[in-house]
Design a binder for this molecule. Structure first.
Ligand SMILES: O=C(O)C(=O)[C@@H](O)CO
Ligand SMILES: [Mg+2]
Length: 258
């Protein structure tokens, strides 16, 4: 049975950020993820995790100036020093939360730009090495251009090539089924082939990015496939509830912690 992590950036928005931990645990989740922890203190997050016996599945390294439209800095020339201090900041939260995987966002840049490609490679290699010293995996995630126009890492093949080329044991793929379906389709065959390099899976319905309970993808089949593949990691529920979060959890009831 997959271990689902509630995505607290998208789900449980009826509560304040820290109260979402309690709400997710009350709803039966054993793990949580979110985009960014940085507006709360590491200690406050750690306290909520402990109080609710929750595992921290994932969060992202700092993404640059998100409010100004940045979506990561790894592929952006001239930002390497900032990236290095971002890695230390994320490691501080990782130590407090016990998370074992972090996602590095690439940023908005032309994937065919040689300078961006070289910056990205250097940033990924540096971050993976620094995280390895702390027993943490680094994830990279292809993101579709409808949700994030101009995002550098917009192809599963490009992510796979970089992971294979660098050959770093703690560099892995964040396989977001929603992005995969929009970018390329062929979800099941891709899961089978890419599972050995996959460090985290995320789910949402396509096209609405809401509960994984219908529309274009057959999630009961895909959850079964994830089990048949003997995937031992987390499945992040990175979806925007159609209405109130608790009203949309019928799909999750068979998996809830009791
Ligand atoms: O957008 C996604 O998909 C993610 O997983 C985020 O971490 C990046 O915005
Ligand atoms: Mg995702």
């Amino acid at each position: 049975m997959p271990t689902f992590a509630a995505n607290l950036t998208m789900m449980f928005n009826e509560w304040s950020f820290l109260d979402r931990f309690d709400a997710a645990a009350d709803a039966g989740f054993a793990a949580v993820e979110y985009l960014f922890p940085y507006e709360a203190s590491p200690e406050a997050i750690a306290e909520r995790l402990t109080r609710n016996k929750l595992q921290q599945a994932l969060f992202n390294l700092p993404p640059g100036d998100w409010a100004a439209g940045e979506r990561g800095i790894a592929a952006l020339p001239g930002r390497f020093d900032e990236l290095k201090s971002d890695v230390e900041r994320a490691l501080n939260y990782a130590a407090a939360t016990g998370v074992k995987r972090l996602h590095l966002m690439a940023g908005l840049a032309d994937p065919s730009d040689a300078e961006a490609a070289s910056c990205y490679r250097r940033s990924v290699a540096y971050t993976a090495a620094r995280l390895a010293e702390n027993g943490i995996d680094l994830l990279i995630e292809p993101i579709n251009g409808r949700n994030m126009p101009g995002y550098f890492l917009n192809h599963f093949g490009a992510a796979e090539r970089l992971i294979t080329d660098l050959g770093l044991p703690n560099l892995k793929l964040q396989f977001d089924v929603y992005h995969r379906q929009i970018l390329h389709g062929d979800v099941t065959m891709a899961l089978r082939r890419l599972l050995p390099i996959t460090g985290h899976i995320q789910v949402a319905s396509v096209p609405s990015r809401s509960e994984p309970d219908g529309e274009e993808l057959n999630y009961p089949y895909l959850f079964g496939e994830i089990d048949r593949l003997d995937y031992r990691g987390f499945v992040g529920c990175e979806y925007i509830p159609r209405d109130r979060t608790l009203d949309g959890l019928d799909w999750f009831k068979p998996f809830a912690r009791r």
